[in-house]
Ligand binder design. Structure first.
Ligand SMILES: C[S@@+](CC[C@H](N)C(=O)[O-])C[C@H]1O[C@@H](n2cnc3c(N)ncnc32)[C@H](O)[C@@H]1O
Length: 209
């Protein structure tokens, strides 16, 4: 997807992916990463998961392309972040939450600092097939080898509907993350896919990046 696609989605308020509450899988399985202090949340939007993780004693580093989404996150949490600029990134920080506004592919290891875990909900599945391997390879440059990731994906018949969100079947998850362990799944309710009458399964994995 071109950046303009996401800019437009945010400016037109077409953000059906935004849950407005902590993700159910995160709430159920956050204990799996509880002992890992600094959590990277790529393609974070203005997700409540950022606040949920911070409330559970994590330091949170989000990455989001659309700066308006980043501003909205802090405004909706009555926070006045400090804002600094570093190269192509705008860095918003308030308390335990830092969000890097910019393209994930422009972020480097020094930008995110030491990372102990990754939380990916609707990030991998936001990317088209040709970008997903590149995304994983890039994540691997940002974090120590074997960093634990909590990963939330969606699987549905891709021929029935175009993404995003894209269907990322279990076989592909296992090709990207050799160690992926499926820890939860449920039928997706609501959202664009379910609304179109296409049945989809949300899956939650624990995997080493
Ligand atoms: C499907 S949304 C998921 C947002 C969030 N994870 C959530 O659960 O609500 C994908 C987000 O990734 C952002 N995004 C897309 N491409 C990106 C990129 N190259 N770098 C950083 N963020 C990107 C979009 O603006 C959008 O907010």
């Amino acid at each position: 997807m071109q950046p303009a696609f996401w800019m437009e989605r945010w400016s037109e308020g077409k953000i059906g992916f935004h849950e407005g509450a902590p993700n159910a899988f995160l709430a159920r399985h956050a204990s799996r990463i509880a002992d890992r202090r600094r959590v990277l949340v790529p393609l974070c939007g203005k997700s409540e998961d950022l606040a949920y993780l911070a409330a559970h004693d994590h330091e949170v580093i989000g990455i989001e392309l659309v700066e308006d989404a980043v501003r909205a996150f802090f405004a909706e949490h009555d926070a006045t972040p400090s804002i600094t600029r570093r190269g192509p990134l705008a860095i918003y920080t308030s308390g335990a939450i830092t969000v890097l506004a910019g393209d994930v592919f422009a972020v480097n290891e020094a930008d995110v600092g030491a990372i102990d875990a990754i939380y990916d909900r609707a990030a991998l599945i936001a990317l088209p097939p040709e970008l997903r391997r590149r995304y994983l390879d890039h994540l691997r440059t940002l974090v120590p080898s074997r960093t634990q990731a909590l990963l939330v994906t969606l699987e549905y018949p891709q021929d029935k509907l175009d993404g995003p969100p894209f269907s990322v079947p279990e076989t592909e998850v296992r090709a990207l993350y050799a160690s992926a362990e499926l820890i939860d799944e449920r039928l997706a309710t609501g959202g664009r896919i379910a609304d179109a009458g296409v049945s989809a399964i949300e899956r939650c994995y624990l995997a080493a990046v």
